[in-house]
Design a protein around this ligand. Structure first.
Ligand code: NAD
Length: 360
């Protein structure tokens, strides 16, 4: 199979971790006889330094013409970097928001998976994490409270602010369909999270999710109120497979879910639209404090590349091959500094990439 990948190395540790992900997918290409064509584009600080803007029209055109976008991370030290002296629309993050908008990426996927070997890093009690957990948070990314009309004004001598929470039937239907499709590739359970006891948007959300569920008789659907979901995530995370939710609830719950895994350098993410194009990136930032030292953990980016193979290229076996190789390397006791513990062998960012390739 031939696929075009737009690669954005980004800032800070971005180039180091993306290089390792490219090493791994090139090895996959050779093993399974695929051809991946890479087109390198700039975004964030690197683009500001070269072109004066965090994302150029040319970069957007290249991304749109590709089958998937692989991103490291963007941004610098927000206290010291000159990028943060610029007006907000010219800062690194503005490039990322623009890219998401231009590509129409409405579904954000964040897996939270507890590796047996990294249980020590999980802040939950052992009896709760026994047997591990493996869930996927599906967050609606382009609607809801963050995109509604907002205003702050003075009324009767005091300041009053409002933010509008709006969802249309079609916005709910497309993320629901995507979630059920993904559940079909996993353990076939969807937990739809809302606040239907209070909010009209949530009642519409529940109605549309129920309608979509009719087309997926194999998938078990349950509805859960967001306050209960926040509790259940720490009480019994094993019960979840796919969690489907709106933008703000997803923002909060996905951070909670990733915290319970305990290791930021291991968490991948994907942002998708209706067709197969997606953007794949680690959940963490550009870690300027450790940039250029070859000590960053590349696993979140390598797992994001595996998601790219699964969700944009429909290469399930290849993705599983990468995930299994990572598990083998961890089982063998190799760790980057962020997940290092006693009796384990510390390796660099590039050594971790090499070890994963060796175990494919
Ligand atoms: P961060 O995630 O970059 O770093 C937080 C801490 O985790 C740091 O101590 C860092 O060294 C460590 N860390 C992160 N990733 C690691 C890895 N792969 N291996 C080992 N250690 C790792 O968060 P921050 O410091 O708040 O933000 C730094 C910059 O990243 C900021 O400019 C921020 O805006 C940006 N950021 C970008 C994205 C993105 O590109 N999507 C996301 C979050 C933050």
């Amino acid at each position: 199979m031939e696929k075009k990948i737009a690669v954005i190395k980004g800032d800070g540790i971005g180039p180091e971790i993306v290089n390792e992900a490219l090493k791994v997918i090139e090895a996959i290409a050779q093993k399974y006889k695929h051809t991946f064509e890479y087109q390198y584009i700039d975004m964030g600080g690197a683009s500001i330094d070269k072109y004066g803007v965090p994302l150029t029209d040319e970069a957007i055109t290249i991304a749109k013409a590709s089958d998937a976008v692989l991103l490291g991370s963007i941004g610098g030290d927000t206290n010291t970097s000159p990028w943060y002296q610029l007006e907000p629309t010219l800062r690194p993050e503005a490039g990322l928001l623009k890219m998401r908008k231009e590509l129409g990426l409405f579904a954000n996927l964040r897996p939270a998976y507890l590796y047996d070997e990294l249980k020590g890093a999980c802040p939950l009690k052992e009896e709760i994490t026994e047997g591990g957990f493996d869930m996927m948070i599906m967050r609606e990314l382009t609607g809801g409270l963050y995109f509604g009309e907002r205003e702050t004004k003075e009324i009767d001598g005091q300041m009053v602010a409002h933010d509008n929470l709006v969802y249309s039937e079609s916005e709910i239907r497309r993320i629901a369909k995507r979630s059920f499709d993904i559940a079909m590739k996993r353990r076939k359970k969807v937990t739809s999270v809302d606040k239907a006891n209070v909010l009209d948007t949530s009642r519409l959300w529940r109605k549309i999710v129920n309608e979509v569920a009719v087309d997926y008789p194999e998938v078990e659907l349950e509805h859960m109120l967001v306050d209960n979901a926040a509790m259940q995530l720490v009480k019994d995370p094993r019960q979840f497979d796919v969690i489907l939710t709106e933008n703000m609830f997803g923002d909060i719950l996905s951070d909670e879910a990733s915290m319970v895994t305990g290791s930021i350098g291991m968490l991948s993410s994907a942002s998708l639209r209706e067709d197969t194009l997606g953007m794949y990136e680690p959940s963490h930032g550009s870690a300027p404090d450790i940039a250029g030292q070859n000590i960053a953990n590349p696993i979140a980016t390598i797992l994001s590349a595996a998601m790219m193979l699964r969700y944009s290229f429909d290469m399930d076996e290849e993705a599983k091959n990468i995930e299994d190789a990572i598990e083998k390397v961890l089982k063998a006791g190799y760790r980057t500094v962020d997940i290092m513990s006693e009796d384990k062998q510390q390796v660099t960012c590039s050594q971790m990439g090499d070890l994963i390739v060796e175990n494919l």
